[in-house]
Design a protein around this ligand. Sequence first.
Ligand code: ISE
Length: 334
Amino acid sequence: MTIRIGLIGCGIMGADHAAILHRDVAGASLAAVYDADTARAEVLAAKMPGTQVAASAEALIADAGIDAVLIAAPDALHAPLTLACIAAGKPVLCEKPLADSVQACRAIVDAEVAAGQMLVQVGFMRRFDAGYRGLRDGLRSGRMGAALFLHCVHRNKIAPEYITSPLVLANSMVHEMDIARYVLDEDYAAVTVIPARASRHSTSRQPQFMVLETRSGVVVNVEMTPDAQYGYEVQGELVCEDGTLSLAPAPPVAMRHAGVSGYLVEEDWRPRFVGAYRTQAQEWVAALRAGTNPVGASAWDGYVASATAAAALASLAARQRTEVVLPPRPSLYG
Ligand code: ISE
């Protein structure tokens, strides 16, 4: 059985998803693509044998020849397109964030609950990274004792110009909001954000430091430096009662050259997480073929990440510790 996938959004991320589906995923075909820029869609389709260009996003979602939809369109379109997929009864993998507001995330959760089945997966690809999975599995094994701290670092070489201080939280640090909850397997009680002074490399944003407190008392700290200059990097160290677990450097190649000994760093998140994107696509398609629930972040997880980001933005604005308040989790999500 081949899952016929329709891709909406043929920009950098959409093209990456298309290449992964074409090259690395068994049991799936990229049946159609759509982009508001038709020429961009045609260029992508021409590289993929058998891929059609759809007339509109709505036509692609409604097409009986499309079994599942992958959304890599601009953030503001995530909610309406995901809602259209739910209305059509089609499974959908939507790039993060699930929507550009907490209310829109909630509307997606409500629509899915009303439909009575989990159709939505959010593209929080770090959940498919071998390193973060290792942290979670190591904690779950019980041999490390209880978690105490999770130290995280997230740095961009130079973030795009549109990334302002609020988006450092809502667009970049939202990854840590999701992955720390995934690794620790519990929700947050509160968040505190402290901005650093703006780097001389950017006037439009400040680096941010965030402390998340989980309900059981684990402390998660995240440094996000959007203009680190030297490259893209994430770090993670989980401190437990009986030891620690850390993400290994990526790529795992040490170099000694010109008087320097150390690890290479990537330019941006795409090469750093190429394996995670691949595994995400493979496991999404495998679940579709098996008829089981999606294995990645659910619509509920997407909602919680956005609710946490909203609390972080409130903390930044008020310069104070802010509680993360969540409604009860609907039974659909276990
Ligand atoms: C970007 O939007 C992403 O989603 C990347 O994964 C993240 O690392 C980067 O900081 C964001 O700006």
